[in-house]
Design a protein around this ligand. Structure first.
Ligand SMILES: [Zn+2]
Length: 492
């Protein structure tokens, strides 16, 4: 019971039943409209490589003669199937932001800038240019004997050639789209993706094993703290959750400095399951639309002794994620509070909430609220719906709208200072944390805070114009919180 159990179950329920490596993989881009720039490698010995049997594991280095073609494709054009996409790109986040190599020849790049000239700069100039990143990335393939010596130089020479630079810039031109650079092999004019080439799979596994060995915390092996099995490789939780560091004594059992072994260690099999869970969480269970710069993880946990019922509970969610609603028209919170979702379910559901902030390379954890019953979440929705129907008929009655309303209202009280925005964000998280935990929310201080700001708000040129809206929003917020307190029989 609790967050870690819930995460593990997600890893298991969403794991691939057919392929060993899928669970380690992630999808390189998330948003619809993402594009890829495909770089076709001319490989003179590819026909020999194709003849290699499935089982044979010798590495035959690719003899790369250069680049034959560059084109562009929509990432989601052919399929949205997650397993298919994972296996096709063999993508996994590199272990750190300064890592030069990648698990497969796929590079995520920023959105294009407004002019072709600026994009040419980003592509060609300096040690952080894409061409320099590409060179470092493919050098590792050559150094480890996956490309024949001299291949990198040939690829870079071709890519620096004016025709290819122009072609690249033609493809890299939509400032709204996220882009990937994908290297593949040209086979009879067709583009073979990394996942379709055995050598790239071998490279992926080699890098993965190296990484696991490097991160191994026990030279002699030992028992996995999660599943209890003996294992020669044991790993730390910060490989999955970057915020699971020693200073977070409350986040995970045994990550307390005073414990002799300091860490919660788990085995390679559990790593695989947790990695898979993390990918699914990132992809499906994170809401970024409620509070600016804050990721809210919403992790389900179902209680039943019947594994078929458990599978059904997850299948419901899978269908939701893969249906059209997955275009994010309906937030996860709204899905689970929709009356249709909860028709006599034969299980008990609770949800775990985490509030995280990406702060440069760090992922900071602000709050963690475990074991929130679905019934409580539904009750919140009901309270919001009733409040809106009485006070603001035009407002959205969904639960996500309630949480957005809390943030937006408090955000409007900010006059200029950056630090104030942070204060309001923290206050929003505190309020949401309380209503999820079923604790009383003190509205008096929120009101005092507002009253103290009225003169400033009215004197502010911009704010003054919509002061009446700010006031209405604020009254709706207070009414919602009062109704919430009442429903839990808390005194106002
Ligand atoms: Zn284990």
């Amino acid at each position: 019971m609790g967050f870690i159990e819930a995460v593990y179950t997600i890893g298991k329920e969403f794991s691939s039943k057919t392929d060993e490596i899928t669970d380690y993989l992630a999808i390189p881009v998330r948003t619809d409209g993402s594009k890829e720039i495909r770089i076709y490698l001319k490989v003179s010995n590819y026909s020999t490589l194709k003849l290699q049997s499935e089982k044979e594991n010798t590495i035959i280095p690719l003899k790369i003669e250069g680049v034959s073609k560059i084109d562009e494709a929509d990432f989601f054009a052919d399929s949205k199937d997650e397993q298919y996409k994972k296996l096709r790109y063999l993508y996994k986040e590199p272990p750190g932001s300064n890592t030069d190599w990648r698990y497969s020849p796929v590079l995520r790049i920023s959105k294009p800038k407004s002019t072709r000239e600026k994009n040419r700069e980003v592509l060609l100039n300096g040690s952080k240019s894409y061409i320099s990143k590409i060179e470092k990335m493919i050098q590792d393939f050559e150094d480890l004997g996956f490309f024949e010596k001299g291949s990198v130089q040939k690829i870079i020479n071709d890519l620096s050639n004016n025709d290819f630079v122009d072609r690249f810039l033609e493809c890299y031109s939509d400032p709204k789209a996220s882009y990937l650079i994908v290297f593949g092999i040209e086979d009879d004019g067709q583009f073979l993706y990394p996942g379709e080439v055995k050598l790239f799979q071998q490279y992926f596994l080699k890098k993965l094993n190296e990484e696991l060995n490097k991160k191994n915390v026990s030279k002699k092996g030992g028992v996995c703290d999660y599943c209890g099995k003996e294992s020669d490789i044991l790993l730390n939780f910060d490989m999955i959750f970057p915020f699971a560091t020693f200073d977070k004594v409350n986040f995970l059992p045994a990550i307390n400095k005073n414990f002799s072994n300091k860490v919660y260690k788990y085995c390679k099999d559990c790593f695989k399951t947790f990695s898979n869970a993390k990918t699914y969480i990132d992809y499906n269970f994170v809401d970024q639309s409620i509070i600016n710069n804050i990721q809210i993880w919403i992790i389900p946990e179902f209680f039943t002794t019947d594994t078929n019922i458990l599978d059904d509970a997850f299948n419901d969610l899978k269908n939701y994620f893969w249906s059209d609603q997955y275009t994010k028209e309906k937030d996860l919170l709204d899905y689970i509070t929709d009356p249709d979702y909860d028709v006599d379910k034969p299980y008990t559901a609770v949800f775990h909430f985490l509030f995280l902030e990406q702060n440069q390379a760090q992922l900071v954890i602000h709050q963690m609220i475990e074991d929130v019953p679905l019934t409580r979440i539904q009750k919140l929705h009901q309270i919001w719906e009733e409040t809106v129907q009485l006070l603001a008929k035009k407002k959205d009655t969904q639960l996500s709208a309630a949480l957005k309303h809390i943030y937006r209202t408090l955000r409007h009280l900010v006059l200029k200072e950056d630090s104030e925005e942070k204060v309001m964000r923290t206050l929003t998280m505190e309020i949401i944390g309380k209503i999820l935990s079923g604790e009383r929310v003190e509205t008096k201080t929120i009101k005092q805070n507002f009253v103290a700001r009225i003169p400033k708000l009215m004197n502010d040129k911009v704010q003054n114009d919509y002061f009446h809206l700010t006031l209405n929003d604020f009254l709706l917020l207070i009414e919602f919180l009062n109704n919430y307190n009442k429903s839990w029989r808390y005194s106002l």
